[in-house]
Ligand binder design. Structure first.
Ligand SMILES: [Zn+2]
Ligand SMILES: [Zn+2]
Length: 406
């Protein structure tokens, strides 16, 4: 086979669709073959929230890349590189475009610039105003649509949050390389949207491949990995990387006895629940902190900043805990860190054994915590190159109920 051309990328969220409606690869084939001959298309593939289209010849790829294509009379933009990583990893990019939506036109540019500065973005251009496009010919009109955009220096560590506050108003921030939006609540029994597991009328499906008759991590699952590569699973109070690990930690000007206590106390305080904060302060274990923290209702503001808080806590912990730092520095560069708990946001959504034996692309959870640890390890390895190697796989086994709440 001749050398395969790089695919083009499309975000699934860019397609116009109703709730529960799905774009199929056949829909896409139809739409793209209005643009180029169907024979020129080699493969149309959806992985999580990202479509990849492979072409047989470069002209067809270029043509779709440059002009995009129409889907249900809406113009769809395509990406030359993976939009979920490009903004962060492609350092050849001299500037990253950031779009800000939902700020009334009457709000001064300086308020937006201030917000961006606070979020750590370094502007390389003026703020500009987006104009309305005619959907039928994709031509620009002279009328503004209220969105503003700016070019900033490529982000070195992490993506900007999707939501923030500007002049007291919630606004949306978009750029290449952001994590996909949190998916709509799906049932954790049948994995369909729109209801919870406790009133699920359907039969149980595998969390990894979403078909029935087996559990994730079983050899009957198409996403089964027999020989896990270099995976470190994180969970439980004995694991130094886990927030449940007991340690003295100074962060935000206070002392805590675990990273979990620091996080849950910050959550309670920032959501204005001082009763819960007091209880978390007195809690005997990280597990208790977690349980009390669960009773705190989150404001949108907290949801927008909770990643940042977690990251600050982890940075403080790695600075202060030599055993954590040593473990991360000495991990192999290809190590994958996974937070193997049943939390679909911070964790993989699977226990340690199932996590290790399932293709990471099929983990039901976003593994945000694991990814943060991963970034810390990458950073540390770069700053202090050493040649200490770690056992190939380090696994901690599931322990009791804490792991379900991780
Ligand atoms: Zn269900
Ligand atoms: Zn399966």
């Amino acid at each position: 086979m001749s050398q395969m051309l790089k695919p083009i990328y499309i975000k699934d969220s860019d397609f116009p669709k109703e709730d529960n409606e799905r774009v199929t690869n056949f829909d896409l084939l139809e739409a793209v073959s209005h643009k180029v001959c169907a024979d020129a298309i080699k493969c149309i593939q959806l992985d999580r929230n990202l479509w990849r289209i492979y072409f047989n010849d470069k002209e067809s790829r270029d043509s779709v890349l440059i002009e995009g294509f129409d889907f249900k009379s809406l113009h769809i933009d395509v990406y030359d590189t993976n939009p979920y990583s490009a903004g962060l990893e492609n350092h050849n990019d001299k500037a990253l475009k950031v779009t800000i939506c939902g700020v009334p036109l009457s709000v001064d540019d300086s308020a937006i610039l201030q917000m961006l500065e606070k979020l750590g973005a370094r502007p390389k251009s003026e703020l500009k105003y987006e104009k309305i496009r005619n959907p039928s010919n994709n031509k620009m009109t002279n009328v503004l649509n209220g969105n503003r955009f700016i070019y900033v220096e490529p982000l070195t560590s992490k993506a900007l949050p999707r939501f923030s506050y500007c002049a007291g108003l919630k606004c949306k921030i978009l750029h290449r390389g952001q994590d996909p939006e949190k998916p709509a609540i799906a049932c954790t029994k049948c994995w369909e949207n729109g209801h919870f597991a406790r009133n699920c009328p359907n039969e149980k499906k595998c969390a990894a491949c979403k078909s029935s008759g087996h559990e994730p991590g079983s050899e009957y699952c198409p996403k089964y990995v027999e020989d896990p590569k270099n995976i470190i699973t994180i969970q439980g109070e004995k694991n130094v990387l886990s927030n449940f690990y007991a340690c003295d930690l100074n962060v935000f000007g206070e002392t805590f006895n675990s990273a979990e206590q620091a996080y849950q106390l910050t959550k309670a305080v920032r959501n204005g629940n001082l009763v819960a904060a007091e209880k978390i302060r007195d809690a005997k274990s990280a597990f208790q902190c977690k349980l009390i923290g669960k009773t705190v209702t989150s404001t949108p503001q907290w949801k927008a900043e909770s990643d940042e808080v977690m990251e600050q806590i982890l940075c403080a912990k790695v600075d202060q805990l030599k055993e954590m730092k040593d473990l991360l520095i000495s991990s192999r560069p290809d190590t994958m860190f996974s937070h193997s708990v049943y939390d679909l946001y911070w964790g993989t959504g699977l226990d340690s054994m199932k996590t290790a034996h399932t293709d990471p692309d099929a983990w039901p959870g976003q593994n945000k915590f694991g990814k943060m640890i991963q970034r810390l390890a990458d950073k540390l390895r770069k700053t202090k190159p050493r040649s200490v190697s770690l056992p190939r796989t380090m696994k901690t086994r599931q322990q009791g109920i804490e792991s379900f709440l991780g």
